[in-house]
Design a protein around this ligand. Structure first.
Ligand SMILES: Cc1ncc(COP(=O)(O)OP(=O)(O)O)c(N)n1
Ligand SMILES: Cc1nc(C(=O)O)sc1CCOP(=O)(O)O
Ligand SMILES: [Mg+2]
Length: 198
């Protein structure tokens, strides 16, 4: 399956309700610090919205809920992978996207046969505190050479202006949060993203 080159991340199904009609075809639901019932409900809403719009939904972190909800994609970071049951994930037919930030992490995930590999933060991010400052574009090129045919996601500090050079450097897909969610006009920004990535 070919994934779209534009991969926004949102923390609530309301964002999907706004953005999917604009043509978003690949989206992540990334919920933090919410009660279990809220997480389940948000996943169910997002699943239904993505189905209605022919978009791929990736659920961050909550692999058990994703299986229960009949979702198709999960994203797991390194610590998530420590706790996850990869056999159960594969048995349920879930596709697996993973985060990487250094050589050891990349080596580890390549042995798992991931369906995409994310590298970040390509540029400094304001979304969360990380021990990596920025990877830079040469690192994107290096990662693409190492992952081969596995889709490579560039994430962290991405903007419409930065997207073309990240794609040129070897990212297959660009993932983004605050360039959209903190924008004064998120709908216009999403349209610009779609234009620059298609
Ligand atoms: C596309 C994409 N890349 C990286 C991440 C980060 O995942 P993780 O390291 O598990 O951190 P949290 O997002 O869970 O805080 C991601 N979610 N998506
Ligand atoms: C959720 C996340 N993971 C990253 C990683 O490097 O693994 S960077 C990141 C935040 C991306 O947000 P923004 O587009 O606002 O910088
Ligand atoms: Mg995680």
């Amino acid at each position: 399956m070919m994934l779209d080159r534009f991969y926004p991340i949102f923390d609530h199904a309301d964002w999907l309700r706004r953005m999917l009609p604009l043509g978003v075809k690949l989206v992540q639901l990334r919920i933090k610090d919410q009660p279990d019932a809220v997480v389940r409900d948000q996943i169910a809403q997002s699943r239904d919205l993505c189905r209605a719009h022919g978009a791929v939904l990736v659920v961050n972190d909550f692999w058990q809920h994703a299986i229960e909800a009949g979702c198709e994609w999960i994203h797991l970071g390194q610590e998530d992978l420590d706790a996850a049951d990869l056999n159960a994930i594969r048995k349920a037919g879930l596709k697996l996207g993973v985060s990487t930030h250094d050589d050891d992490e990349l080596e580890r995930v390549l042995s798992m046969g991931p369906d995409y590999v994310a590298l970040g933060p390509v540029y400094p991010t304001i979304l969360k505190k990380m021990k990596w400052e920025q990877q830079g574009l040469p690192r994107v090129t290096e990662w693409k050479a190492r992952v081969g045919d596995i889709p490579l996601i560039g994430i962290g500090g991405m903007s419409v202006a930065r997207a073309p050079s990240a794609l040129q450097a070897g990212a297959d897909i660009i993932s983004v949060v605050t360039d959209i969610t903190l924008n004064a006009d998120p709908e216009t920004r999403v349209r610009e993203w779609i234009e620059v990535t298609r």
